[in-house]
Design a protein around this ligand. Structure first.
Ligand code: ASP
Ligand code: MG
Length: 418
């Protein structure tokens, strides 16, 4: 069996749904079809949540807009609209009831209970549509199969229990195609959780791992993985194949093409991941696999925007590299700040992190008891894998470089945002 994943852009309207159906109907293998919320529904649901939490009745209007959008897709897609339309109504009513009940404590908890509906609605529509032409299709509520802990908004999969359930619920005995939600899971207490924004790729990888899939295909609006963001470097070219390691390094450095957590579950079972275009489904795309060879002489350029460069020195002028190092990173960890780059010398250390201002301010406050701490904001991190001097010149010319770090395979620059 294979796992296909369709992101929000691929199911944003009725023609996207038809296109999905065409792609699925051309596949003869058993399939799990993992689908994200329609278009920008997740963002829209975040706005509903915000208004609702603020006690602003406008949340009802925002919700109405989302509802109308889903109903209009149904109107365009189905000849007999009663079943899909009725099912969508049921799920919308459930969300409305949640929003009318007493507010539960905890932002993250409420976030997951509300924002998760996007994937429920999209998969109901996709499944109903596929059933018309593809008998043997079934809708699955993944919250009954993928069990997580209660770390809302960034829930962790409980692997052994989930694997058992996934194998039982998606057993391919009477069905050939399962349509299910990306991004969401459920706790054993029956609450909904989410796996982090853009987490549907990760869901596809988890299910592939548990079901020993022969491959995963992530259908996107790009022809595959490119060696740069074409909005940045317009002559970016497609990479035919890259290794798991390369893919992890790229996503860690800031490449947005797939969710960073996606690679590990696939690597662990040696399952290839294809990134292909839903606009040009005949194209081969890019495959991420174990024994890939990168095209020779093609540097890979990655930009991570909105960074802060923190510079620390121990107040007592002690060496950074000894005990200080673990103490420093303990501070980062307890503030929930992910480190993107570290450069240390005898008595100073520079750390580049995402610009999450509140968290960084709190961290610096804590660090100041033992370190002198200053930071530069408005910076970005530029990385080149398999760099050449020409490649370096191309992206650093006329840029103010605050930090440079080279290994044999990678060079990174922290530069001021242009
Ligand atoms: N719909 C979710 C999001 O937009 C998950 C996903 O698209 O992967 O973050
Ligand atoms: Mg999405």
């Amino acid at each position: 069996m294979k796992v296909f994943k369709f992101g929000g852009a691929s199911v944003r309207d009725a023609s996207g749904m038809r296109n999905l159906s065409m792609i699925v109907s051309e596949e003869s293998a058993d399939l799990v079809v993992v689908v994200s919320a329609l278009g920008k529904t997740t963002n829209a649901l975040e706005k509903v949540l915000k208004a609702w939490l603020a006690g602003d009745k406008a949340y009802l209007l925002l919700l109405e807009e989302i509802y109308n959008n889903h109903q209009s897709v149904i109107q365009e897609l189905f000849t007999d609209k009663t079943v899909p339309s009725g099912k969508i109504d049921v799920w919308f009513t459930l969300l409305k009831e949640y929003l009318l009940s007493e507010k539960s404590p905890g932002y993250d908890f409420n976030y997951d209970q509300v924002v998760s509906y996007g994937e429920i609605w999209s998969t109901v529509i996709v499944a109903e549509y596929l059933m018309i032409n593809l008998p043997g299709t079934e809708w699955v509520d993944i919250r009954n199969a993928l069990l997580t802990d209660d770390n809302y908004r960034d829930a962790n999969i409980l692997w052994s229990e989930s694997t058992e359930r996934v194998k039982k619920i998606l057993d391919f005995k009477k069905k050939r195609i399962y349509v299910t939600q990306g991004f969401i899971g459920g706790t054993s207490a029956g609450h909904t959780t989410t796996l982090g924004r853009e987490g549907s790729d990760y869901t596809a990888a988890i299910l592939a791992n548990m079901l020993d899939a022969e491959s995963v295909v992530v259908w996107k609006d790009v022809p595959g993985i490119l060696n740069a963001d074409p909005k940045w470097l317009p002559d970016a070219q497609k990479l035919d194949e890259i290794s798991y390691k390369e893919a992890v390094e790229m996503t860690f450095s800031g490449a947005k093409v797939i969710h960073p957590k996606t690679i590990k579950p696939l690597h662990n079972k040696n399952i290839p991941l294809h990134v292909r275009s839903f606009l040009l489904p005949a194209g081969k795309g890019t495959v991420i696999k174990a024994d890939a060879t990168l095209k020779k002489g093609i540097p890979v350029f990655i930009k991570k925007e909105d960074q802060i460069l923190i510079s620390l020195q121990p107040n007592d002028f002690s060496f950074v590299m000894g005990d200080n190092l673990s103490r420093i990173f303990h501070f980062f960890m307890t503030h929930g700040i992910k480190v993107n780059l570290v450069e240390a010398s005898a008595v100073s250390i520079d750390v580049c992190v995402d610009d999450e201002r509140e968290k960084v301010d709190a961290l610096i406050e804590d660090l100041k008891t033992e370190f002198s701490a200053v930071y530069n904001d408005n910076v970005e991190m530029l990385s080149i894998r398999h760099y050449t001097e020409e490649a370096v010149g191309r992206i650093t010319d006329a840029r103010e470089i605050l930090l440079e770090q080279r290994t044999r395979s990678t060079v990174r620059f922290v530069v001021r945002t242009a």
